[in-house]
Design a protein around this ligand. Structure first.
Ligand code: ZN
Length: 537
């Protein structure tokens, strides 16, 4: 996919500033190196044999790429202890040198700009075992209650190179992919996209999955178990969409009840965000032995078939128990993470801020605006304001966990500023259309929101994304007169807020300087939909 030289310059610049805190391995993993920049991913053909009894995997990946500019060395990532066995181009073996998890392949053939070339990379090993999937991921080698292997991968942040060789940087995505997983024949593999065919070879079966859309690396997954299947057809904005569900047999009845929320999710999110971005690849919910993850078109699920987040309401408002957190949140990522993907994990709020925000839009669609507002405001209790939401660029490092609920409350505040719910909905749908299947920077999204809302939001985004300060409105009331100003703000922050005076709405336009105005009443209430603090002095 496309990228710009400007972004590369920015990434390298910030990398230099942060060079002391981070290692060379961080930069090799997190920046667009010389050995990455000259080629553009087109297709992966990943073949992997998974042997649960040995916790061993082996196979190859054929990487097809387009040459953008002539070069002699190409970087492929594969994390230790996995080993590359051989690399071939046009049937000829190539030499490579390794520096930790980065492997530099010496190409023999001239790389002609515009040409499409392929590399076949054979590999094997005992992949890292997940410590606490999906946050500290790798392979989860588990068993179901009947003693069958129940195996799944998760690797956001850590990187897909923990289990297969690829170009492990988010700025570049393949345009399509095949995943062929060979597993013991009594088990099934469920991966991304559509199941094309199944082949039996001795004691093993190979499941061939085809993904027709661009896919990010961490979205690729294998899920292996004694699955049973059910499904339905959803009539969506772009026509019929196949919804497929894969669960363990013992959970079939529970799943049939709980997954009724899937078409409800589709209805709400297509309304707010536009058509599901991967119709050709279908949509699946796949049971896994961990909480869940936004794997593209095969969202993984381990929320115990209960509403809430493992039965809890993250908002404390009661509304969080009206939906299954994993179905709604992880599927929300199909729009923000899988359709629109960060180029650099520093901008991960583009995934998590919008997706945490999607939870309240689901409530808005099915339970009304009041429910939605109470939910998102309730989630403010989870905000830490420990570090800025945006992290350091170029070193594969995300910012604060506040990207979720502070991000959601920032967007909820922006909805108030737009002051027109239909316009706001069209902006959200517009983002998904105008950045369709692209990788983006936070800055692109910020500029888009400024442009489409018709407001200069640069100080607004700097405040909430790049500082840990909550804008605080200091005020005094004297009879029917109010004086007010903002403190704890970045330069130029002048966000209007809404109040009610004796029950009627009024806008205030605070900035860093004291202002005084007549209210025509004495009972003043600040609109809680705006994420600010108020301080009477
Ligand atoms: Zn998420």
């Amino acid at each position: 996919m496309k990228h710009s030289l400007l972004i590369i310059a920015l990434l390298l610049g910030v990398w230099a500033i942060n060079a002391q805190e981070f290692t060379r391995q961080d930069s090799l993993r997190g920046s667009i190196t010389q050995e990455r920049v000259w080629w553009d991913l087109n297709h992966y053909d990943l073949n992997v044999k998974v042997e649960p009894s040995k916790k061993f995997i082996s196979g190859y990946n054929v990487v097809r790429y387009k040459v953008l500019k002539e070069a002699k060395t190409l970087q492929i990532d594969l994390q230790e202890p996995m080993q590359i066995e051989s690399v071939e181009q046009d049937g000829k073996k190539l030499k490579f040198t390794s520096e930790g998890n980065a492997h530099f392949i010496k190409l023999r053939k001239r790389q002609v700009p515009g040409a499409y070339n392929e590399l076949k990379i054979k590999y094997s090993g005992y992949p890292r075992e997940a410590v606490r999937a999906p946050w500290d991921g790798g392979f989860s080698w588990k068993e179901d209650t009947n003693g069958n292997p129940f195996v799944a991968t998760s690797c956001q942040g850590l990187g897909a190179s923990v289990w297969w060789p690829n170009k492990d940087h988010m700025y570049d995505e393949v345009d399509s992919m095949r995943i062929s997983a060979t597993v013991p024949k009594e088990l099934m593999d469920v991966s991304n996209g559509q199941l094309e065919s199944v082949e039996e070879k001795g004691d093993f079966k190979t499941y061939n999955w085809v993904v027709k859309n661009p896919i990010n690396n961490y979205g690729v997954n294998v899920n292996i178990g004694d699955y049973t299947h059910f499904g339905e057809t959803y009539q969506g904005e772009n026509g019929p969409l196949q919804l497929d569900y894969y669960v363990l047999p013992e959970n079939l009845e529970k799943a049939k009840k709980q997954f009724a929320q899937t078409p409800m999710m589709m209805r709400a999110f297509e309304h707010w965000f536009g058509p599901y971005p991967f119709y050709e690849d279908g949509f699946k919910l796949v049971e896994v032995p961990y909480l869940g993850m936004e794997h593209q078109s095969s969202v993984t699920y381990g929320n115990k078939f209960e509403n809430g987040y493992l039965g809890r309401d993250l908002s404390g408002s009661g509304w969080g128990l009206q939906f299954d957190f994993i179905i709604i949140h992880e599927a929300g990522h199909e729009w923000f993470a899988n359709n629109i993907t960060y180029k650099d994990i520093a901008d991960m709020w583009v995934h998590e801020g919008f997706t945490a925000y999607s939870e309240n839009l689901y409530l808005d669609y099915h339970f009304g605006k009041k429910a939605s507002a109470e939910y998102v405001i309730g989630t403010r209790a989870n905000i830490q304001n420990d570090r800025p939401i945006i992290g350091p660029y170029g070193v594969n490092k995300s910012g604060s966990g506040d990207m979720y609920y502070k991000g959601a409350n920032m967007l909820h505040t922006l909805r108030q500023l737009v002051e027109d719910d239909e316009k706001w909905r069209q902006i959200l749908r517009g983002i998904n259309k105008d950045f369709y299947h692209q990788t983006v920077t936070s800055e692109q999204i910020e500029n888009y929101l400024s442009e489409k809302s018709g407001k200069d939001l640069s100080a607004f985004f700097d405040q909430y994304l790049r500082t840990i300060m909550i804008p605080t409105l200091e005020y005094k009331i004297d009879g029917e007169t109010i004086s007010y100003r903002y403190v704890d703000i970045v330069e130029g922050f002048d966000m209007p807020i809404k109040i009610t005076v004796d029950g009627s709405e009024k806008w205030l336009f605070p900035n860093a300087t004291w202002k005084t105005e007549e209210l025509g009443g004495t009972q003043v209430d600040f609109d809680k939909n705006f994420y600010i603090e108020t301080q009477k002095i």
